[in-house]
Ligand binder design. Structure first.
Ligand SMILES: Cc1cc2nc3c(=O)[nH]c(=O)nc-3n(C[C@H](O)[C@H](O)[C@H](O)COP(=O)(O)OP(=O)(O)OC[C@H]3O[C@@H](n4cnc5c(N)ncnc54)[C@H](O)[C@@H]3O)c2cc1C
Length: 174
């Protein structure tokens, strides 16, 4: 059984960003992801691109992963037009009016994931557990116990804190 200070369930955009934020800290971090291809750097199955807000790009810049995303390819959004079917009025936003280099970026999800995973896979205090699926969670007097199914034998951990990526609220051990 392994013990972590922070155990992140899911290595998607949010989970991998949190792992990046915690890399090089004094915390022992684990991140569990069930998609086996990600371990080999295969992020293309999604096939989608996302509109990334300017603020999000600045968070990734602060975390040191934005240059990798830029080198893999990002497209700046210089204008945004918001409309509602036949409603006659529209909102038009322009980067030069906002005073920023762009309003955000369109980035392929594969690019985002690749840059985030490159960062966490080389972090000394982050253990990537992949492929593995979290199958159970229980609270004990000394922390949380997370049960994980892997293609090999079942493993379990006792983290003192875990993160639920779809909710985004840290839960601390009692
Ligand atoms: C069609 C669509 C278009 C979107 N467009 C945009 C956009 O343009 N701009 C934008 O900012 N956002 C967009 N979003 C939202 C954005 O994709 C999500 O907010 C973001 O992906 C959430 O990140 P996440 O890490 O919380 O979840 P996910 O990206 O869903 O990652 C969760 C991860 O957890 C893993 N996982 C799940 N359960 C387990 C388990 N039990 N054990 C181990 N691993 C597990 C999954 O395999 C997955 O990799 C869009 C979403 C959709 C569906």
């Amino acid at each position: 059984m392994s013990t972590f200070d922070v155990l992140i369930v899911g290595g998607g955009m949010v989970g991998a960003t949190l792992a990046c934020a915690l890399r090089n800290s004094s915390l022992k971090v684990g991140i569990i992801e069930q998609q086996p291809a990600w371990l080999d750097g295969e992020f293309t199955a999604d096939g989608r691109a996302s509109a990334i807000a300017w603020g999000t790009s600045q968070i990734w810049r602060q975390l040191g992963v934005w240059p990798a995303m830029e080198s893999l390819g990002v497209t700046p959004m210089m204008g945004i037009q918001v409309s509602d079917r036949e409603f006659p009025l529209q909102v038009r936003l322009r980067a030069e009016e906002a005073g920023t280099a762009s309003l955000g970026y369109v980035v392929e999800n594969a690019v985002t994931q690749r840059a985030l995973w490159q960062a966490i896979q080389t972090a000394a205090n982050v253990e990537v557990v992949c492929p593995a699926t979290v199958t159970g969670l229980s609270a004990g007097a000394d922390g949380w116990r997370v049960t994980v199914a892997t293609p090999g034998e079942p493993r379990s951990w006792r983290p003192i804190c875990w993160w639920e990526p779809m909710v985004g609220i840290p839960r601390y051990a009692p």
